[in-house]
Design a protein around this ligand. Structure first.
Ligand SMILES: *[C@@H]1O[C@H](CO)[C@@H](O)[C@H](O)[C@H]1NC(C)=O
Ligand SMILES: *[C@@H]1O[C@H](CO)[C@@H](O)[C@H](O)[C@H]1NC(C)=O
Length: 872
């Protein structure tokens, strides 16, 4: 009893502490695009907006790179591509989970000058010019970690939880790659949210939907074009409901369409092809052989594309592109559109694919909301307008920021600590996912085992779905999950194999307990972030139980969480049935159900996610760089601080004004020594400043400081002295008043009055403390008077304050003493006691310059004024 109570208290404390920790936590949202990163931080009490980078820009280029040994991010990293084409890494989104020999990698090679190598997982790493290799996950993690740092600098606290946007077509392999990078970056995945869905959340934030509405979110990004059909509806709150107490908005994704081969980057590539061909033709050279030139042209293609969005022609111009040739060429929008004419029919196609997958037509759509940077490209906009009609086009969300803001709002609602509008999101699975296992055919001896494939999560399945598969098995068996067909060129279809173990023993035990026909039930999940998994597996049996408890139990067993129950015992295709009627209360009335958990071990036969060890190793690699950079920053700070200190001292020495505190508080010889040391240090900095380490820099500063410190100290003490003296005198004065009162009380008691609160020896003790303090103060103030401003003080104000405090403590001890039991008429004694009180209230002096003279005024501590002290 005691113990359980204790444990309960402990639990409550734990809960409280984790709660209060959560309350303070913030949520970071990152929209990671092939060209740009946008981020937003949700933090209680902080205005909700897009996070700015160090240059106060609202978006960060998705590039990481190195200039020799200095790591760079964003536009700094992109800017070095022309000089260090093998050390600047952009467009990494194309390489998430990409297999080394896949079309995705071939495409990447066509746009990038980076040097690609194969990892032992068959994915891609990038090799820097210094030979070091960095996996795509590591490079992504660096960028996420950079954003994390921005958020932490902005909010002044650690950030852990993150929501990252992904395209709706991302497979589990690609989602794994993002989740692994998040982990390597030291962040925690709160959710991966499809970018169209995030835009929908942002759209719903400021709107209500009295009637359900359907919209298409058309997102033209750098890497692809995708369309999402979304239903919006108001849901009235129900105070009795556990989960839906207030009004909310339901966002339901109905269908998605996408094209992985069309996007802003492909347009850039085609534009660069125009320039490459033009250059090669004009100069009879092959610019493709020149990495620097290719990198410069890539940057120029992006610039020209932007100009062509608003103008009918543009001039491409790159100084010293290659072979010392300054390249200049006029490019018209017409040339560009001709080069892209085969894509014209593709731009709007995702909209119709999305509608088809939703089983809807354009008629039921209120608007097509354009978003994503490439939606501004005239040829794309024109194609969409032509396809859906101008009247359906809506430009009512911020094309750049809607996704990241929506992701942040989504994260806020998931973390449940923000008072945001309640927006519930249900997304869908874009691909057919099937499960397969071999049939347990015991009827035919030596029969070849048949493989049974079941479409467990067909395309369109809602996120957060669980399905239970019921199988008649007597032995361990593998349960496979796979995409029905390869989800993208170069990506495998097999997802995972879950080995279900311990079956034989569990079934045997259930049978022994009296179960008839025990089965294996495996629960499969499609998560909110788009991951399919085998959540768990049990052996299950119904056991006849005629006892009274059994019957009672049956009455109360209100079944069951499982969404769908499938019967897949025999037969090739095993369709999922509606919830089995055997689950009804009536049927279980005389039966007891028993489950025994089974062992589930998951393997990844195709593309493995990063192992825990690999992630830990990557984390360590990144930390090493972070630490090195922090060391460099500390060194820079030490150097800057030394240089600033040198300037400051030089200014002080150069100041001829004799009234200046520095000159007044220092002697000629001291200034001379500082000047010598300063000269020496300045010379040292110009010789060794670049290669000296942090400690050397700090030591140099410390040498100078030790010369200046006594001077500064004198100045501080002169400033402080009048205040400290005031305090000391105040204590003397207060103690004297008290002494007078106390002594009077003692005399009155001796003459038969009420008993004194204090004994004679207590009063004597305080008297001694007072006299000692007065004497000390007089003596030392007298000595201090003789000290010149450029000499060290003989008493320190800190000591004065300490002694005054000691006296005050002695006084307060008596003051706070409890009165003796006998009640006394206080008024008469106390008023008489204070009649002759002495004290000083004269301010000594103010200001530095006059402090010496104040100290030399007739010694104050023994001086008594004729102040009357009226008590109350
Ligand atoms: C089966 O029963 C035996 C004997 O009661 C027990 O030791 C064992 O743990 C049981 N196994 C399972 C998987 O429940
Ligand atoms: C000394 O103390 C008195 C009373 O607290 C105050 O009014 C006065 O300004 C003080 N003088 C200095 C120099 O601190």
């Amino acid at each position: 009893m005691m113990i359980s109570l204790y444990r309960l208290c402990f639990l409550v404390t734990l809960l409280l502490s984790t709660l209060s920790e959560n309350v303070l936590a913030s949520v970071l949202a990152i929209d990671y695009g092939a060209d740009w990163i946008k981020a937003s931080l949700m933090k209680p009490g902080v205005p909700f907006d897009v996070l700015l980078n160090k240059d106060s820009k609202r978006k960060i280029q998705s590039t990481v790179g190195w200039k020799r040994n200095d790591r760079l991010f964003g536009s700094d990293a992109a800017a070095v591509a022309g000089r260090f084409p093998q050390d600047s890494f952009s467009s990494l989104k194309f390489l998430q989970a990409a297999q080394y020999n896949s079309p995705a990698v071939s495409f990447y090679k066509s746009i990038s000058t980076a040097d690609l190598v194969e990892t032992d997982r068959g994915t891609v790493a990038l090799r820097r010019s210094d030979g070091t290799e960095w996996s795509v996950e590591e490079l992504l993690a660096m960028q996420l970690s950079y954003v994390k740092q921005l958020a932490e600098d902005f909010s002044g606290e650690k950030v852990y939880d993150v929501v990252v946007t992904v395209p709706p077509y991302y497979t589990m392999f690609e989602r794994d790659a993002i989740a692994d990078a998040i982990e390597i970056a030291g962040l925690r995945t709160l959710a991966l949210v499809n970018d169209g869905t995030a835009v929908a959340v942002n759209y719903a934030m400021t709107r209500t939907f009295p009637q359900p509405e359907y919209h298409v979110i058309y997102d033209a990004g750098a890497s692809s074009i995708r369309a999402t059909v979304v239903g919006f509806s108001n849901v009235a709150g129900d105070p009795k409901s556990k989960s839906l107490t207030k009004d909310s908005i339901q966002i339901m994704v109905e269908g998605v369409g996408f094209d992985r081969a069309v996007g802003g980057t492909e347009l850039d590539r085609r534009l660069r092809e125009i320039m490459i061909n033009d250059f090669n033709r004009r100069y009879k050279k092959d610019i493709r052989q020149d990495k620097r030139g290719m990198a410069k042209l890539w940057k120029e293609a992006g610039r020209v594309k932007t100009i062509l969005s608003a103008n009918s022609d543009a001039t491409a111009s790159v100084e010293s592109l290659a072979w010392d040739i300054d390249y200049r060429s006029k490019i018209t929008r017409a040339d560009f559109e001709i080069a892209c004419k085969d894509l014209k029919g593709e731009f709007a196609r995702p909209i119709f694919d999305a509608l088809a997958s939703a089983g809807m037509t354009l008629d039921s759509i209120s608007s097509v909301i354009l978003t994503g940077g490439a939606s501004r490209t005239p040829m794309i906009q024109a194609a969409v307008k032509a396809a859906v009609g101008e009247s359906k086009i809506a430009l009512n969300v911020n094309a750049d920021e809607a996704a990241v803001l929506g992701a942040a709002l989504h994260g806020a609602s998931l973390s449940k600590q923000f008072k945001t509008k309640d927006i519930r999101v249900t997304d869908i699975n874009p691909y057919d996912i099937q499960t397969s296992y071999t049939a347990d055919n015991k009827k035919v001896p030596n029969a070849k085992p048949r493989t049974i494939n079941t479409l467990i999560f067909p395309a369109g399945t809602k996120t957060g779905t669980k399905k239970t598969l019921t199988l008649k098995r007597t032995d361990d068996f593998p349960l496979k999950l796979a995409y029905k067909s390869s989800p993208a060129p170069g990506l495998p279809s097999e997802l995972l194999v879950a080995k279900i173990g311990g079956v034989a023993e569990a079934i045997k035990n259930l049978t022994e307990l009296g179960a008839t026909d025990p089965v294996v039930k495996a629960t499969l999940r499609y998560s909110d972030s788009g991951f399919a998994s085998v959540a768990d597996a049990v052996a299950y049996g119904e056991i006849k139980d005629d006892s009274l408890t059994g019957k009672l139990k049956g009455l109360f067993s209100g079944k069951s969480d499982e969404v769908v129950e499938g019967e897949a015992a025999e037969g090739d295709q095993a369709p999922f049935a509606a919830p089995s009627p055997s689950a009804s209360a009536a049927a279980t009335e005389q039966k007891r159900e028993d489950t025994i958990p089974l062992d589930v071990q998951v393997d990844f036969p195709s593309l493995q996610p990063l192992s825990v060890a690999a992630k830990r190793q990557s984390r360590a690699r990144l930390s090493t760089i972070d630490n090195e950079e922090a060391g460099k920053r500390r060194r820079e700070e030490a150097r800057n601080s030394l240089e600033a200190y040198i300037y400051k001292l030089r200014d002080l020495l150069d100041d001829d004004n004799q009234e200046n505190p520095f000159n007044k508080c220092s002697r000629e010889a001291e200034r001379k020594r500082i000047a010598e040391s300063l000269k020496e240090t300045s010379a040292w900095v110009s010789d060794h400043g670049d290669d000296a380490d942090t400690n050397q820099l700090l030591a140099k500063r410390s040498v100078l400081e030790q010369l200046e410190r006594p001077i500064f100290h004198r100045y501080e003490e002169i400033k402080e002295f009048p205040h400290a003296l005031n305090m000391s005198q105040l204590m003397n004065w207060q103690t004297r008043i008290f002494m007078k009162e106390a002594k009077d009380g003692l005399i009155a008691a001796e003459e038969g009055g009420p008993p004194s609160k204090w004994t004679a020896s207590e009063i004597e003790g305080l008297q001694k403390a007072l006299s000692d303090h007065e004497q000390w103060l007089d003596e030392w103030v007298e000595k201090q008077k003789k000290v010149q401003m450029d000499e060290d003080p003989v008493i320190l104000t800190s000591e004065m304050r300490a002694r005054a405090k000691t006296l005050d403590n002695a006084l307060q001890k008596l003051r706070n003493k409890k009165a003796p039991k006998v009640p006394k008429k206080t008024t008469s004694t106390s008023s008489s006691a204070s009649a002759d009180a002495t004290g000083t209230e004269q301010a000594e002096s103010t200001g530095t310059e006059s402090s010496r003279s104040s100290a030399s005024t007739p010694s104050s501590s023994s001086r008594s004024t004729h102040e009357k002290h009226e008590e109350l």
